[in-house]
Design a protein around this ligand. Sequence first.
Ligand SMILES: NC(=O)c1ccc[n+]([C@@H]2O[C@H](COP(=O)([O-])OP(=O)(O)OC[C@H]3O[C@@H](n4cnc5c(N)ncnc54)[C@H](O)[C@@H]3O)[C@@H](O)[C@H]2O)c1
Length: 335
Amino acid sequence: MANILVVGCGSIGRRHLRVFRANGDHFLGGVDTRHDRLDQADGEVKLDAKHKNFKDALNDVKYDAVIVATPPHIHTEIAQFAAESGCHLFIEKPLAMTESGLEKLYSTCKKNSVICYTAYCYRFIPSVENLRQKLEQKVVGDVLSVRLHISSYLPDWHPWEDYRTFYMAKKEEGGGALLDESHGIDLIRWLFGEVDWIHAYVGNVSELEITSDDISVMFMGMQSNVIVEAHFDLLGRIPRIGMEVIGSKGTLIWDRINPSIKIYDAESSKWSEEKFDADDTVQSYDLQVEHFLQCIKSGSQTRNNLKDGWQTLKVLTAALESNKTKKVCKVGKVS
Ligand SMILES: NC(=O)c1ccc[n+]([C@@H]2O[C@H](COP(=O)([O-])OP(=O)(O)OC[C@H]3O[C@@H](n4cnc5c(N)ncnc54)[C@H](O)[C@@H]3O)[C@@H](O)[C@H]2O)c1
């Protein structure tokens, strides 16, 4: 049993609360600047404590872990305060909007033995784990090139609210295709190693009334020499999330929406297909919470720690720099 505080009881925060409630006899606290959101969470999981703000919450109750599920622009501030209080951290992606404050956060975590998990949950999707094993077994030979797409229509995301008021529409709160779909960057790092350089377009091409980017198209060279094309957008009228891995002996196609992996084997000229549960992605939310609880219990590093989330942010930062300078940019390395 652990005392868990969820800061930000919006869409994903409430999902995390439901998963923690179903995963053991935890004391669950909630914070949201919107009372309606807190009441909604209370109605769903029966909160053990409701707090006005995260500072009061951490002063009033001895929490073991804090789940940071607010918009990205305040992730670091909340995480820093929680780490100073000795709480383990589960921080929603993207880790932050900028690298500012991450050095300090890292040293506080180290000093206070705080376990940190950056919630890039694609690493826990069963079909992704299967894909990772297939690549390790070289089912398509050596990987030469990868094409990744994450496309959906922002106004369809949260039918209960006007998309223009959702933080995703606001650049200053960390919305936009690049930061939000950075799952894709984490995914290619997880599967193909570190990104060496990037050339990116990050901007707007649709009629959506947003200040954040509605499209981000990237061309990357991995340290392994694999070439990756990635396309993230908030304007595609049909949701499409998937990846094509072109190898020396065939091609592999992963589809997250209709979960499946298709493989073309060049030697036999045959296709094979494996299908996964329709709730493949939903399972990742349960699996990441189980993993986090296990890590804080055993004191071990998480599958996606602070430095990992930070390295993904370095790729995003380089993408923004490339968009500004119209040049290929080297991706820095977290020391
Ligand atoms: N891993 C995933 O699959 C996944 C899915 C959805 C969202 N996310 C991430 O989760 C975060 C939140 O996204 P969302 O879709 O739940 O957004 P949301 O707008 O539905 O919820 C955010 C909540 O945070 C609250 N909030 C804002 N400032 C606050 C503060 N200072 N203190 C307490 N509460 C505050 C808002 O009132 C809102 O209820 C983002 O970083 C997003 O990228 C991750």
